[in-house]
Design a protein around this ligand. Structure first.
Ligand code: SF4
Ligand code: SF4
Length: 111
């Protein structure tokens, strides 16, 4: 291929039909409030663990919907289950229970 002095970005499109939705569905069935999340980031702003790690419930919520379960699994390891994010969520998402159900789902599907 001719070198024009630049390269194209690799495709970063997310094919939702091809993603693994098992974990999201499992969490949704047990904690439907996950579906109320509007990804505002209020939870992430208040997260104590987020000051020292990459933890962000907003990102967990997004990645869960995208079926990016490997990263979700890694992210939740930093959560202390303190519940601060739940107190400030404007949509009433039961974030603490969501994280607990993610742990159960990961065990169930051996992710
Ligand atoms: S504060 Fe609530 S609505 Fe906002 S991103 Fe966090 S969980 Fe979602
Ligand atoms: S429960 Fe986890 S995600 Fe929520 S504020 Fe506490 S450490 Fe952060």
């Amino acid at each position: 291929m001719k070198n024009f002095g630049y390269t194209r970005h690799t495709d970063r499109q997310i094919d939702f039909d091809a993603t693994d939705k098992r974990l999201y569905q499992f969490v949704f069935d047990l904690e439907p409030s996950i579906n109320l999340c509007i990804f505002c980031g209020t939870c992430a702003a208040t997260c104590s663990a987020g000051h020292f790690t990459t933890l962000s419930f907003r990102r967990i919520s997004l990645l869960l919907r995208r079926g990016m379960n490997d990263i979700v699994k890694k992210e939740i390891e930093n959560c202390m289950l303190c519940g601060k994010c739940q107190l400030v969520c404007p949509k009433g998402v039961n974030t603490r229970n969501v994280i607990l159900q993610i742990v159960k789902g990961i065990e169930k599907y051996e992710l």
